[in-house]
Design a protein around this ligand. Structure first.
Ligand code: ATR
Length: 280
């Protein structure tokens, strides 16, 4: 790698950042595309967030990613926020355009893009989203933009689900239903796409499953955003029902690629994307 004074710098800030795969992903794309850029991850504590952003401005970084716990708080230090990030209330990608810091959220759009890449249609479909946390919110909003027939939110804590239902109803006209993870009263045969945004099934509790897919139709689409393990119990069951499945790496790559598009203003080559899938 040829690092010189022109090297454009990109960062991830969060706390913790030890487990992040973003540097591997982003540096691969930079290198494969022959771009003179470098991506590094730094642990930034809550109290230092503003100073970190000031530092980014001072050295005129290309852009940066933001992860837990700064996705909400970072918004007040930026100059502009995309409509999507505003609606979700969280930013994970920031672009520096001539000194102006613009915030985006690529989590939900990344998930949607990964399904579109595989020709999965969301319009007029009935979608079941498990979880109403930060990820559930981003995913629901991005799915909403694709005009589904209905979204059913299933969350362990109904009060948290209520908030998400309310904000979806504010933006969209389709039917939004809410229930807990027992799925009592759900017409399972009617669901076309199931998306798990809860942490149930994630390492080290990989034997758990947020719901059973029994009584759902065979061959539906099942997306689990967990990437450790790659094959969760939910995905295992889905494969047994001949479902089309997506995992957390599909989402990770899609949202990373979307971030690069925002930073560089151009598509990543199909060849680079193919190579990425071989690495992850
Ligand atoms: P993220 O930003 O990744 O979405 P989060 O905001 O902490 O993280 O949300 C985690 C989601 O997983 C929530 O929907 C949470 O349900 P609650 O709202 O009831 O907390 C869900 N979740 C986590 N552990 C769970 C468990 N053991 N059983 C069911 N749902 C669980």
């Amino acid at each position: 790698m040829n690092i010189d004074w022109q090297t454009k710098l990109y960062f991830l800030i969060g706390d913790p950042v030890e487990k992040t795969l973003s540097p591997k992903l982003q540096n691969f794309i930079f290198k494969d595309g022959g771009t003179n850029s470098l991506y590094m991850a730094f642990k930034v504590e809550d109290k230092d967030l503003e100073k970190a952003i000031d530092g980014f401005r001072a050295i005129n970084v290309g852009g940066f990613n933001v992860t837990i716990p700064h996705k909400q708080k970072v918004m007040k230090y930026l100059d502009e926020i995309s409509d999507e990030a505003k609606a979700i209330g969280a930013v994970n990608t920031v672009n520096n355009v001539n000194g102006k810091l613009i915030g985006y959220n690529t989590d939900g759009p990344g998930l949607v893009q990964s399904m579109k890449n595989e020709c999965v249609n969301i319009k007029d479909k009935n979608i079941l989203i498990l979880g109403a946390g930060g990820a559930g919110l981003g995913v629901s909003y991005a799915i909403g933009l694709e005009e589904p027939n209905s979204i059913t939110i299933a969350n362990r804590t109904l009060e948290k689900g209520e908030k998400l239902k309310y904000s979806l109803e504010k933006y969209f006209n389709f039917e939004v239903k809410l229930m807990d993870l027992s799925l009592k009263g759900l017409d399972k045969g009617n669901i076309d796409i199931v998306i798990n945004t809860t942490s149930v099934g994630m390492y080290p509790k990989e034997d758990e499953k947020p719901i059973s897919l029994q009584s759902f139709r065979n061959g539906i689409v099942v997306y689990d955003i967990i990437y450790k393990p790659l094959k969760t119990k939910l995905i295992e069951e889905a494969e047994g029902k001949s479902c089309k499945t997506f995992n957390g790496v599909d989402m990770l790559l899609a949202q990373g690629i979307m971030g690069q598009k925002i930073w560089r203003g151009e598509e990543i080559s199909k060849d680079s994307i193919r190579k990425l899938y071989d690495i992850f």
